[in-house]
Design a protein around this ligand. Structure first.
Ligand code: ASP
Length: 439
């Protein structure tokens, strides 16, 4: 068995956290490939090393003195080295980084040093080989990730390596210039490594015991999700549930490698399994609820719209030409609504309204703003009668007016539009009916 284990910043924020991580890795001989993040926050008012690096580099870029800021970063690492009692001197590395900052090596290079240095410490602490992702994780000239070249290079590089530490978050262009993924990107590195070594499992260690059915800021102490499919996770992540970087599922999904989200501070908790397919029923019919505020709906009416071929295309073309992505498009016989992000829409509002008028000559257009969308997601819904009925009964009891309904053809989710102000009440009502009362 081969496991790739990725540890997030809070799992590696201090020597104490490093020790927990060391114990976790040593407890299972299969944990052979380790992907560390940069040290995160030790307490809530603390600053992540990645943010310290960005701030430090911003000074360097303006030719300001950044010695004090760099020393603070060095101290964060020294504290970890001392706490672990390691015989490791990072001064030569810091001298090199200092010079590269002076020569304006770029903010991606700057941020990547957080993971790079933590990787060196981790490799030294575990006695594993250090593999620099700048040698094997490749970005194309346009800045996008080159999955194919990376997989070839990385699988070759790791073919004869028994155990290695591969820092997260970055790779390089073909010319060697360092490039990072977007924030939280060490999750993506873990997934890329899991694919390259054909791991049996990708364990993603963080500071929560997996995904919750609903946002804990809305539901007090929500139940956890034991197993979720990639498809369900996509729906929930898109709607705002965050624990894992959105792009982290793609490399492993096709390979059928499951992801296990685990808690460094409670390693015995099973966490959440993210899998391609499962016959395991979720405990509550629904797997999760997520949502976002801040949508607007542009409602278009025209007599006999149903007979006008190409009506929908012409309307959507206006949005496309204005560079606006649409989220949903519920329709009636003579009506059609397009739901968009309100902030994006507001900037182009008049051009869009004018464009629609010109394109389809509607009888009436009206705009509803301040809407929220809620996705109720669950692979179990397909085989269960009355899920929609239960949702809408619960919302009616909670005095929530439903403004839009959309059920995906996969029957994996039901999307409900409500007013922003009803958002929390709606989520509470849906959670209650499925999880607390289980009617
Ligand atoms: N250290 C980077 C960040 O703070 C990447 C990561 O932690 O995954 O975004």
């Amino acid at each position: 068995m081969k496991k790739v284990v990725k540890f997030g910043g809070s799992s590696l924020a201090s020597a104490e956290q490093f020790q927990k991580v060391g114990n976790i890795i040593r407890a299972d001989v299969d944990r052979k490939f380790v992907v560390p993040s940069a040290p995160g926050k030790r307490f809530s008012a603390d600053t992540k090393v990645t943010d310290m690096l960005y701030a430090c580099y911003a000074l360097a870029e303006k030719d300001h003195d950044f010695t004090k800021e760099m020393t603070k970063i060095e101290e964060r690492y020294q504290e970890i080295i001392d706490g672990l009692g390691l015989d490791l001197n990072l001064t030569p590395e810091f001298n090199k980084i200092f010079d590269n900052f002076k020569q304006k090596a770029g903010s991606d290079y700057a941020a990547s040093r957080g993971e790079y240095l933590n990787g060196i410490i981790m490799a030294n602490y575990l006695g594993y080989e250090f593999v620099d992702p700048a040698e094997a994780i490749v970005f194309k000239e346009d800045g996008s990730f080159d999955a194919e070249t990376t997989n070839n290079l990385l699988s070759q590089r790791l073919a004869d390596v028994e155990r290695a530490v591969i820092p997260g978050f970055y790779g390089a262009y073909a010319d060697g210039k360092v490039k990072t993924f977007s924030r939280g990107g060490s999750d993506v590195t873990g997934s890329i490594v899991a694919k390259a070594v054909q791991a049996d499992v990708y364990e993603n260690w963080t500071d929560v015991s997996g995904f919750m059915i609903a946002d804990p800021r809305i539901i007090n102490n929500p139940k956890g999700i034991e197993t979720i499919t990639y498809a369900e996770l996509r729906e929930l992540a898109y709607m705002g549930a965050s624990v894992l970087h959105e792009d982290a599922i793609f490399p492993v999904r096709k390979e059928g490698i499951p992801i296990n989200i685990k808690n460094t501070n409670a390693p015995d908790d099973e966490g959440t399994w993210i899998v391609g397919n499962t016959c395991q029923k979720s405990k509550y019919i629904i797997t999760g609820i997520a949502g976002k505020k801040g949508f607007a709906s542009i409602n278009i009416e025209k007599d006999q719209m149903n007979t006008e071929v190409g009506f929908g295309r012409k309307v959507l073309q206006v949005f496309e030409e204005c560079g606006i992505n649409f989220e949903h498009m519920p329709s009636g016989i003579d009506t059609l609504s397009v739901m968009v992000h309100q902030s994006e829409f507001e900037a182009k509002e008049q051009s869009i309204l004018y464009g629609i008028t010109k394109a389809v000559n509607p009888d009436h257009i009206d705009i509803q703003s301040d809407l929220a969308l809620i996705a109720v997601v669950g692979r179990g819904m397909k085989a269960t009668r009355g899920t929609a009925g239960r949702i809408f009964a619960a919302l009616a009891h909670a005095n929530v007016n439903v403004r839009m309904i959309d059920q995906g053809s996969s029957e994996l989710n039901i999307i409900i539009g409500v007013s922003n102000e009803d958002f929390e009440a709606a989520i509470k009502a849906i959670y209650a009916i499925f999880v607390e009362i289980q009617l």
